[in-house]
Design a protein around this ligand. Structure first.
Ligand code: HSE
Length: 299
């Protein structure tokens, strides 16, 4: 049976934007907005403290997503801590398409690994990705939350893969966060089972172009962020977000729905902060950097 680290361990984990237009369930980008969490092994019980985003909505017991993710990682290490104390300082908005659930999952598995003496020998990074993606069900938020930066990811022969890819340092983003949430299950429920071959072909071309555009050809970002598979299909759940995407794109700004929405993400040049006046009333606007660091154990 493993032994535990004395005292608390701390991690920070970034927000993420999945899809980025055409990369449905396969592209994700880490962003410079980070949740901070602290956990320690105790003698008994589960104690959960949450401040910030989602504090009024999430459970304070073993069903809390971070705790569930910690237990999945403890199980994988054959560890059974007698009790846990968890503290979460959340800044990533919930149910807005910025990867808050993936941040919780990745933080949980990383906290559990850090709490077990020699945990990195028992669970390598590939195992963390497997655990986290199995819990989330798709990898395009958990992979960049784990690794940072821009990640191409998916599943092949039952194994998750995550391949970091370059981002030109001139690329920054601005996000527009609406006041009302949309559940990912609702947004996924709007997707058709079948798409026309021509749309699939066009989408594949744009996805390939997006990898090149982010790597060093940002002048192609407008064409490269055109999606054919999910954004328009999700319009009934987020009409104002689609309207903002259309307005920005009509002005030549590469804008997409972030993840399953309803946040809108726009790619901008190195100066950033230039689109504040495009933010609808009542929405939040954040200029953000691409975050090079994934989950980090800070102490
Ligand atoms: N690729 C996912 C989706 C991201 O669009 O449903 C949401 O977590």
């Amino acid at each position: 049976m493993p032994t535990y680290v004395q005292g608390p361990v701390r991690v920070t984990v970034p927000a993420t934007s999945a899809n980025l237009g055409p990369g449905f369930d396969s592209l994700g980008l880490a962003l410079s907005l980070r949740d901070e969490l602290e956990a320690e092994v105790t003698d008994s019980g589960i104690e959960v403290e949450v401040t910030g985003e989602g504090a009024g909505d999430v459970p304070r017991d073993a069903t809390h997503l971070v705790v569930r993710s910690m237990h999945a990682a403890f199980d994988a290490m054959d560890a059974r801590p007698p009790g846990l104390r968890l503290s979460c300082r959340n800044v990533i908005p919930h149910s807005r398409g910025l990867g808050s659930s993936s941040a919780a999952i990745v933080a949980g598995v990383a906290l559990a690994r850090a709490l077990v003496a020699g945990g990195t020998l028992l669970l390598d990074d590939a195992s963390l990705l497997r655990l986290a993606a199995d819990i989330e069900g798709h990898p395009d938020n958990v992979a960049p939350a784990l690794l940072g930066g821009f990640v191409i990811c998916g599943r092949e022969a039952g194994e998750w893969y995550a391949v970091p890819s370059a981002v030109d340092p001139r690329v920054r983003v601005e996000v527009f966060v609406p006041p009302t949430p949309v559940a990912t299950e609702v947004a996924r429920g709007l997707l058709p089972a079948v798409v026309p071959h021509a749309d699939a072909a066009a989408n594949g071309g744009r996805t390939a172009l997006l990898v090149a555009a982010l790597a060093g050809r940002p002048e192609h970002l407008l064409a490269a962020t055109r999606d054919y598979l999910h954004q328009e299909q999700r319009e009934p759940a987020m009409p104002e977000s689609l309207a903002l995407v259309h307005r920005l794109r009509a002005d030549g700004i590469p804008a997409v729905i972030s993840g399953a929405g309803p946040t809108v993400l726009a790619f901008v040049g190195a100066t950033g902060g230039t689109l504040a006046d495009r933010c609808p009333a009542g929405w939040a606007h954040h200029p953000l950097d691409v975050e090079g660091r994934g989950v980090v154990v800070t102490g």
